[in-house]
Design a protein. Structure first.
Length: 176
């Protein structure tokens, strides 16, 4: 077998392995305990640090499922612009009876107001922040326990590129 044949066989093998691993996927489960919750009703307060983004969003899909232990709390995921908009609201605007930056605001990337169903979000590349808000005047507790699962698998584009690499590898093995 000549040099091109070895390279072609290597490309085919590598692509098949990556496609198989992408089909099986990878799942990670974590918990965060003792997250402080705000006591301003129906307002969102965001973390200072963004969520880890998906820099390979074109090739890999990452789906996050988040659940929490209290039914008087809602969670949201917002981009940097929405976070800045919500952080810029005054206390009077937050306490006003409007839908902006509340559990009824539809401009968030993802929103969950049911702790049993949780929040499902397709992780994208970019800066996104998690926000927490309470739905009642006085929260039941001042801490929140969060469980999350992230499922990572190969995207359709990843499979397509894997297929192209297999074709290139096959061509290299046949045309030495």
């Amino acid at each position: 077998m000549h040099r091109n044949g070895k390279i072609g066989t290597g490309l085919i093998t590598l692509s098949v392995i990556i496609c198989l691993l992408g089909t099986i996927g990878f799942t990670t489960e974590e918990s965060v305990e003792g997250v402080p919750t705000p006591n301003v009703p129906n307002s969102v307060f965001f973390s200072d640090e963004p969520i880890q983004s998906n820099p390979l969003a074109l090739f890999v899909t990452a789906n996050a499922e988040v659940t929490w232990d209290r039914n008087d709390v809602f969670l949201v995921v917002a981009d940097a612009d929405k976070k800045a908009q919500c952080d810029g609201l005054t206390l009077i605007e937050q306490m006003g009876n409007n839908e902006l930056c509340s559990s009824r605001d539809n401009e968030f990337e993802a929103i969950g107001d049911d702790n049993q169903a949780g929040v499902s979000w397709n992780v994208k590349s970019g800066e996104y922040f998690v926000g927490i808000g309470t739905m009642t005047e006085v929260p039941d507790d001042f801490e929140l326990n969060i469980d999350y699962t992230v499922d990572i698998s190969l995207s359709a584009t990843g499979y397509f590129i894997g297929f192209i690499i297999i074709i290139i590898g096959y061509a290299l093995t046949k045309y030495e």
